[in-house]
Write a protein that binds this ligand. Structure first.
Ligand code: ACO
Length: 320
């Protein structure tokens, strides 16, 4: 048994914040941000919108594309590090909003690596026969946790949601292999310290703190390593990849890996110029857009790979 994606959807909040908008409040410039990150603009939620509000819109589109009714979903996984609240889980809130009656639901926390981790878990649960139809969502609203005076972080992130519906298939297609890894030793380089049980009143702040250079070095190393590893596990070579969909964090990280792997621009999907880093939503949004732009056809080999806080990383290889 394998798990196959039969529907995708994505949703971005309407408000656009450009690099020039940011340059009005912090010492930066459109030129610097484009050159060092590739980002041109990002989407930002308003104060009345939470992660589940984005997730529900993406999920509705994925369900409609999959032509499944809510009753047919038997598991919901929401990958997020910005849940609506500590509990109930965002997955349970989403379940209620979608009127899904016959499902289990839980959140998965692996920050920007969330979707890759979620896809590995969901496909494993389908492969072992535990579930048939899974709604898997990556959704985050990291802009709510930015220090808008810190030019090293506030330029990078945006909000969004992406969703897929997975179903069981007995053909040799869908998610072929997964590879997940964490290096908790480096967790200190990307932290949101306040709000958890160590500091429930968030005396240490509720804003992202990042050692940008350290995360950059890590990202370059592990993005390449995770693609190499997934190809090795699947007994494939870079030449077999039809499309690489990397986590959309920084164009320099993506370009480095593409060059090392010998992948041409046509074989690497990039949309970070429009949305910045949307954390767990970045890969499912990119997957949805790549499909809609005709960049993926039946039988293609797609590699999804990324990294995030933890520090975590991983990859999945899909035969479309
Ligand atoms: N505008 C103008 N100048 C800036 C800005 C800015 N927005 N940010 C930093 N600078 C300055 C610095 O102060 C520094 O000045 P100095 O030389 O006078 O000290 C100079 O530019 C160079 O700074 P660096 O930090 O070396 O810049 P770098 O090229 O490394 O780019 C960046 C910084 C973009 C943050 C990069 O390190 C990066 O992308 N890191 C990875 C971040 C990432 O991907 N995080 C997401 C992880 S996923 C998750 O789970 C959330």
């Amino acid at each position: 048994m394998r798990a196959k994606i039969i529907g995708t959807g994505s949703y971005l909040p309407p408000k656009i914040v450009t690099n020039n908008d940011l340059a009005k409040t912090v010492e930066t410039s459109d030129e610097w941000i484009r050159e060092r990150t590739g980002i041109e603009e990002r989407r930002v939620t308003d104060e009345n919108t939470a992660t589940s509000d984005l997730a529900v819109e993406a999920a509705k589109k994925a369900l409609s594309a999959a032509r499944l009714s809510p009753e047919e979903i038997d598991l919901i996984i929401v990958c997020t590090c910005t849940p609506d609240m500590l509990f109930p889980s965002t997955a349970c809130i989403l379940q209620d909003k979608l009127g899904i009656k016959n499902a289990a639901a839980f959140d998965l926390s692996a920050a920007c690596s969330g979707f890759n981790f979620g896809l590995a878990v969901a496909s494993g649960l389908i492969e072992n026969g535990a579930y048939k139809n899974i709604l898997l969502v990556g959704a985050d609203t990291l802009t709510k946790y930015l220090d808008w005076t810190d030019r090293g972080t506030c330029i990078l992130f945006g909000d969004g949601a992406g969703a897929v519906v997975l179903t069981a298939t007995d053909k040799e297609e869908g998610v072929l292999r997964s590879y997940l890894k964490a290096e908790g030793l480096f967790g200190k380089y990307l932290v949101m310290p306040g709000g958890g049980s160590r500091d429930p009143e968030a005396k240490n702040g509720r804003q992202i703190r990042m050692a940008g250079k350290e995360v950059f070095k890590f990202a370059v190393r592990v993005l390449e390593a995770s693609v190499e590893k997934i190809l090795e596990i699947a007994k494939l070579t870079p030449a077999d990849i039809d499309l690489l969909i990397p986590h959309q964090a920084n164009i320099r990280i993506i370009d480095h890996v593409a060059k090392k792997m010998g992948l041409s621009k046509e074989k690497v999907y990039v949309n970070l110029q429009k949305y910045g880093n949307t954390s767990a939503a970045s890969i499912p949004i990119a997957l949805d857009e790549a499909l809609k732009e005709g960049r993926i056809k039946s039988g293609d080999l797609i590699v999804l790979s990324g990294f995030g806080a933890g520090l975590t990383y991983g990859a999945n290889i899909i035969q479309w």
